[in-house]
Design a protein around this ligand. Sequence first.
Ligand code: FAD
Length: 493
Amino acid sequence: MKKESKYDLIIIGAGSGSLAAAVKCATEGKKVLLVESGNKVGGYNAAVRAGRYLFDPDFKGIPAEFLGVRLEDRLKELGADVPYTVNEIVLRLLVTDGMPREYILPVGFEAFKNKVNDYCPESEESTSKFFALVEQTVEGVKALVYGATREKIKKDYPDYVRASAYTLDEVEETLDMPLRAREVINGFWFYLGLTPDKLDFATYALYLYTYVSGGVFKPDLGRIDVDYAYLKAFREKGGVALFNTSVEKIILKDGRAYAVVTDDGFINYAPEIITDLPDVEVYNSLLTLDSVAENARRIINTEKHAASVVTLCLGLDRSFDELGLDVAPTVVLPSSDYSSLNDRRKDWRDITAMSVEPREEGGKYILKLTAVYEEDTLTCITIDNKKKQEAAIAERLIKRFEKVFGISIRKNIDGYVVFSPLHYAHTVSEYGGSPLGLEPTSQNSVYVRWNRRKLADYPVGLECVGVNGLINCFGADYLSAPMAMNAFWRVEK
Ligand SMILES: Cc1cc2nc3c(=O)[nH]c(=O)nc-3n(C[C@H](O)[C@H](O)[C@H](O)COP(=O)(O)OP(=O)(O)OC[C@H]3O[C@@H](n4cnc5c(N)ncnc54)[C@H](O)[C@@H]3O)c2cc1C
């Protein structure tokens, strides 16, 4: 007997992006099926248990506000209940070459601007121009995402459009910004995996504004709590979630979404399909070659994915206070000379830049050390050498941490996990993407990408709403829900 089901909408994957979309669509009264190949929610951010610890890999926490939407409001709107705090200090930056420099950057856009001026009073004129451009960029992206036409964007946000073609460094140089101010402002580059001489200005502006203005949302019991709250709300609203079930094929008919075939032998019909898998995975593995226009496939296959990340999560048997460790999240950069940094970052043996994040979760002390690599690290870690390579990376990160902070933690470690590229490839069962999305160069700027994609013949009713969608990196939770509904409305029209 043929096994069939019918829905208004099918969502593939239970990562943060599609979970948010799933709840939103179920809230709007749609009959929704969510299909996840693994046995848990969270995708790249899924937690892993080691002894008495539950480690989740996120290294910064979720932005408390994005494009004018506060996460707490979004969670309330979707009926997802999560106890949380918002961090007061957004970042501490340590640059360790020459005479080491330390900068403490506070939450609040005004407070941040003032702090930059405190650190470098001589740069006020150039930084105020820079921050005005940042604000216009954020407004421009917001208009773009919520459907403004290309003409309107060009007319209302001309500086944003112009700046979209340049790197962070190029914009700062044009504004004649002194080096000290650049060092302070640029410290967040680490989280995007590209140094300022390569990093798209607009992506950076959006990222900087987002974390600085709203602070960081920290669920009390860890990142994974948000995803479980989404799942609970989804089920309460009548959504059907299938775990341990893989989508094998997406079927299109005349360029429109039509059905998905799952490995339980079902063919599931729906006029709308949403996924948080990277499009490169969707277009090459889940769609047949002849069902997609060549121009769409070519664009998808030439977009480069972002750097790889390795995060070491350590459980410590003593409090940060006892260890003499300040709890501010810190980025440690060996230098602001990017050319030398880039050479060294390609080498696995040299941990050049890292993020250090001490966090107390449920009465336990967890220290996360993260390094970002430019090269495709999947080629460095193989199944055969995984344990050895990961142990070696852990050793290097701990050594670097102990040297920079001048304290010893080795004897206090009573549980650890290394989240490496191979770990992610295994966890989310895909090899084509990066947890950080697409590489944030100017060629991939949101404005450029948006225009490029508009020109191609993409299938109707198939939307990638996760980290590899329109906005990379941190937009998954926030944007996927409205984007999903936009896609649905478009089909209904
Ligand atoms: C170390 C690290 C730290 C990070 N820190 C932060 C942070 O601090 N703040 C932040 O906002 N973001 C952070 N991110 C980014 C964040 O993880 C991603 O933005 C987010 O997880 C992406 O979610 P997504 O919706 O794209 O789905 P993904 O996480 O990509 O999930 C895709 C899901 O689809 C499932 N799947 C795959 N194939 C199939 C199939 N054929 N059928 C059914 N299901 C399938 C997978 O099992 C998976 O569950 C971090 C990422 C990493 C790796």
